[in-house]
Design a protein around this ligand. Structure first.
Ligand SMILES: Cc1cc2nc3c(=O)[nH]c(=O)nc-3n(C[C@H](O)[C@H](O)[C@H](O)COP(=O)(O)O)c2cc1C
Length: 204
């Protein structure tokens, strides 16, 4: 596929076919991740694939405490804190699937990175490891999309339980938990807003 087609075609998917993902496709995507730029060339990234169903269940249910919010009234109460209609639309789709997508996806990838404690960071510069790991993650997601594979970058609010369940060493954080596979329904490219109002030359 043309690169721009892959970028436009990459979408978040939370419902998957049961078909297994070829091992070579997983490796190609993770190697694409390792090609991402990183601050000081550190590339401190580690990938944990959650393949054993029972260990995965323990990690995401007991460790991560991910859960589906299926009750419509509970969802609407949760959404009261937001104003943007687009955000509410995304949450109405995604909240009922936060746990299911992890239990049912043929693959779940946990992306870890080395980062000093947030409480020790005083400048945005010190957040560069976080910026870098997201470059890695986007490379992974694009490489998957190029093979017709899609997923969802779930970001834990508190990853302490997951880190302990997965034996992630001290000094490492979890950037995202990414269920992925072949989509149950293949999404089309999203519309983007026009560039012009956001483009500034020489000064804002
Ligand atoms: C940093 C980041 C965190 C996200 N966290 C979650 C999440 O916790 N749960 C979820 O279902 N989707 C999550 N998403 C996916 C977004 O909801 C999705 O990317 C957004 O709705 C745009 O849709 P698209 O990826 O199809 O363009 C996250 C995406 C990013 C980039």
């Amino acid at each position: 596929m043309e690169f721009i087609e892959v970028v436009a075609g990459r979408r978040t998917v939370r419902e998957f076919k049961a078909d297994p993902v070829p091992e070579e496709a997983v490796r190609r995507a993770l190697e694409a991740g390792l090609r991402a730029p990183s601050n000081a060339h550190l590339k401190s990234w580690h990938f944990v694939l959650l393949r054993d169903p029972e260990k995965r269940r323990r990690a995401v249910v007991e460790g991560l405490r991910a859960r589906d919010m299926k009750d419509k009234a509970e969802i609407e109460r949760f959404l009261e804190r937001f104003d943007e209609e687009e955000l509410k639309r995304v949450y109405r789709q995604s909240l009922p699937l936060q746990l299911t997508m992890m239990l049912e996806a043929p693959e779940v990838l946990v992306v870890c990175y080395r980062m000093k404690a947030l409480s020790e960071c005083r400048t945005f510069f010190e957040l560069n490891p976080l910026a870098s790991v997201w470059m890695c993650i986007e490379n992974v997601m694009l490489a998957l999309a190029a093979e017709g594979l899609f997923g969802c970058t779930y970001t834990p609010y508190d990853a302490a339980g997951l880190k302990s369940a997965l034996k992630v060493p001290a000094g490492f954080e979890v950037a995202a938990v990414i269920p992925f596979g072949y989509p149950r329904v293949r999404p089309g490219a999203a519309d983007i807003e026009p560039l012009e109002p956001r483009l500034h030359v020489d000064s804002w």
